[in-house]
Design a protein around this ligand. Structure first.
Ligand SMILES: [Cu+2]
Length: 126
């Protein structure tokens, strides 16, 4: 039957489909966890970007990263804090999907070690 051939031709037409979007490969912002400061102590990222904390090799005191206050409606708040109180050789990376202001401290040195992360509404990676 001729009708079958016509249907097959219709399926082949159309050419290659457009590839969807580009990869979001923005590098994380680095924050040093040191005796007794976060460096820098203020970081601004776009929504979807990550912050990576790196414990300094020169540390002689233990430190952690603890989210003291996050934006309203933030889910899984506990996942923004480390469980470790490492001295050196520790890393902690967290991706920020909820815009707003995040205030971090080291629970061992809460008055000295403070960090503010601001997450902008615009999507990162462009
Ligand atoms: Cu500390």
């Amino acid at each position: 039957m001729a009708a079958v051939a016509a249907v097959l031709c219709g399926l082949v037409a159309g050419g290659p489909s457009a590839t969807a979007g580009g990869k979001t490969a923005a590098k994380p912002k680095l924050v040093s966890v040191a005796d007794f400061y976060f460096g820098p102590d203020q970081v601004t990222v776009k929504r979807g970007d990550a912050v990576k904390w790196v414990w300094a090799a020169s540390n002689t005191y233990p430190h952690d990263v603890h989210l003291k206050q996050g934006p309203k409606g933030l889910q899984h708040k506990g996942s923004y804090s480390t469980r470790t109180t490492a001295v050196t050789n520790a890393r902690f990376t967290r991706t920020f999907e909820t815009p707003g202001t995040y205030r971090f401290i080291c629970t061992i040195h809460p008055t000295q070690m403070k960090l503010t992360v601001t997450v902008l509404k615009g999507k990162g990676g462009s």
